[in-house]
Design a protein around this ligand. Structure first.
Ligand code: NAP
Length: 185
């Protein structure tokens, strides 16, 4: 499959001690890494966990927020879905590229379907309260592209090495057929 619009991408960043989040936001303050994320997902349809959605100041249209809460009120252009699979199917239905942007619980449910995973490995330990899911077998997926750069981390005032990796999953799981999933729109 070489049509990007039919692919599912994961994207995230993780510290060397596995930390992903702290107090509802990121454990670090690295503007260039955040800009990389924003650039990568620009114009895409997003699948987002409810807590990550609530942490975001700006949420683009065609964002699908995973939540069990049927009464959840969302911003314009956002749609609640009750499972990750519903979110992925609805996001694919937009015809845009699809990015799963976390948090941890959404990565944990979505990784089997991801064709590619863009992971920034921040080569420093950070305090945090949410870990990147250990069960995602990224280390068994081939790395298609890799680059690194030293960037200033503004909480510590120190430079940290950020490695930008693109993993490709050899055999992503097919999504369940549309008629076996109720998409809440
Ligand atoms: N470093 C990174 O790249 C990165 C990326 C994203 C987020 N983060 C950080 O990660 C933290 C949030 O992650 P998190 O794992 O705690 O929360 P999350 O995944 O953003 O949201 C969790 C909520 O999403 C809903 N949900 C998740 N999986 C579901 C499923 N399979 N079916 C139905 N609903 C589901 C539930 O909402 P309800 O309770 O409403 O049912 C659940 O409480 C924050 O600190 C955030 O800043 C970091």
């Amino acid at each position: 499959m070489d049509n990007d619009e039919a692919l599912i991408f994961g994207i995230g960043a993780v510290a060397s001690n596995g930390m992903l989040g702290l107090a509802g936001w990121l454990p670090w303050d690295i503007p260039e890494e955040l800009a990389y994320f924003e650039n990568m997902v620009a114009g895409a349809a997003l699948v987002i966990g409810r807590l990550t959605y609530e942490s975001m100041d700006v949420v683009p249209v065609d964002s699908f927020v995973v939540s069990h809460r049927s009464d959840l009120v969302l911003r314009a252009g956002c749609t609640r879905v009750s499972t990750v699979e519903e979110g992925l199917l609805a996001a694919l239905g937009t015809g845009k590229r699809v990015f799963v942007i976390g948090g941890a619980s959404v990565y944990a449910a979505a990784w089997p379907y991801c064709h590619r995973f863009y992971l920034t490995r921040i080569e420093q330990a950070f305090d945090g309260d949410v870990l990147f899911p250990a069960e995602i077998p990224l280390d068994t997926w081939p790395v298609h592209e890799e680059s690194f750069v030293s960037l200033r981390e503004h909480k510590t005032g120190r430079d940290v090495v950020c490695r930008f990796l693109e993993y490709r999953q050899p055999n992503p799981r097919p999504l369940p057929a549309l008629d076996t999933v109720t998409v809440v729109l």
